[in-house]
Ligand binder design. Structure first.
Ligand code: ATP
Length: 318
């Protein structure tokens, strides 16, 4: 079967959406706000590691269920705490209807890895259920609903490269002049995003540092616009990195191993513990990934490129 978009159609009234992971090429963190969040200047970059979220009619009317397969699937909650389920419920509440859905998630984005895998699944569920239920909401409307589920959800819907301000949910698309080739070194275990932010605040307090408002970086934006990997590598910055390294000291060795093997830039991805390395080509990325795996410094090293589009339907049946 082929749907109107010319894409292969999933069996039996189901919609499959593919959603990318993100790496933050800049993550500037301000002081904690009264609401517990931090003001950020967060430059998101969507990369070609994808989760697939399929939404189908519920087994029981009005019920929500979720199944998860793939990378570290056993670490993903299967109850109402699953971000895809929360997103589907939020969409149904927005529509004022008792829909229900059977969700299936195939994970390739590391869980609790600082690459916004849970947010990707929430975004995937919003797009898939919007289609399954025939709601016809725009991407902007879905971004609005997604922002209440998690700060990274709107970007998973938008994709590409974008500057996030506020707690990261207010997005301005950024121009990118070329394809960037990345290696992602996966760690054993994950880091809690909340714990990493709390550690960032504690380290600053102990050092007597008062964080100013987070700022953009013109050189970084120019490197993106020019498609200049060497310049982008020099400008990568993550204010959460000292906290991630304090919680998982072994990550310093992973970053050093990548730099020694010629990475143009090395950074902890978001709240970690995944480490991201920028290289000059697909061949360099493959060689670096093989080198890191051979050195035994990580659980696995994956190659990917960016940027890529946000959540998109890849298969649908009416
Ligand atoms: P971020 O980069 O946005 O800080 P992350 O990539 O570090 O997030 P996630 O993979 O999003 O982390 O998972 C964080 C936690 O959210 C997990 O430990 C898990 O318990 C929970 N979670 C809920 N739903 C999901 C989901 N669908 N996929 C992954 N984790 C989920």
């Amino acid at each position: 079967m082929i749907d109107v978009t010319g894409l292969p159609v999933a069996a039996g009234g189901a919609v499959t959406v593919r959603v990318p992971a993100k790496v933050n090429v800049r993550l500037a963190v301000g002081p904690p706000r009264a609401d517990g969040f931090h003001d950020l200047v967060n430059v998101f970059h969507a990369v070609s590691l994808y989760d697939d979220v399929t939404a189908a009619e519920p087994v029981e009317p009005g019920a929500y269920s979720v199944r998860v397969t793939g990378l570290s699937a056993d670490q993903v909650p299967l109850d109402g705490g699953n971000l895809a389920v929360r997103a589907a419920r939020a969409l149904a509440a927005h529509a004022g209807r008792a829909y229900g859905a059977d969700l299936q998630i195939r994970k390739a984005i590391p869980v609790a890895g600082g690459m916004a895998g849970g947010s990707a699944d929430a975004a995937g569920a919003l797009v898939a259920c919007n289609e399954l239920w025939g709601l016809g909401l725009t991407r902007e409307e879905l971004m609005e609903i997604g922002g209440d589920i998690g700060s990274d959800v709107p970007f998973a819907l938008l994709g590409g490269t974008a500057v996030g301000t506020g707690r990261g949910e207010r997005l301005a698309p950024a121009e990118v002049g070329g394809r960037f080739h990345w290696v992602f070194a996966l760690a054993e275990g994950g880091l809690s995003t909340a714990e990493v932010y709390a550690t960032c605040d504690r380290l600053r307090a102990e050092a007597g540092v008062t964080a100013g408002p987070p700022r953009a970086n013109a050189a970084l934006m120019e490197a993106l616009r020019a498609g200049d990997a060497a310049a982008l590598g020099r400008e990568l910055a993550n204010d959460l990195q000292p906290a991630a390294l304090a919680l998982m000291p072994g990550l310093a060795g992973v970053l050093a191993a990548g730099r020694e093997r010629g990475a143009l830039g090395a950074i902890v991805s978001g709240s970690g513990p995944t480490c991201a390395f920028l290289t000059g080509s697909a061949a360099e990325a493959a060689a670096l990934a093989a080198g890191l795996e051979a050195a035994g410094v990580c659980r696995a090293a994956l190659t990917a490129y960016g940027d890529v589009p946000g959540a998109a339907v890849v298969a649908a049946a009416p």
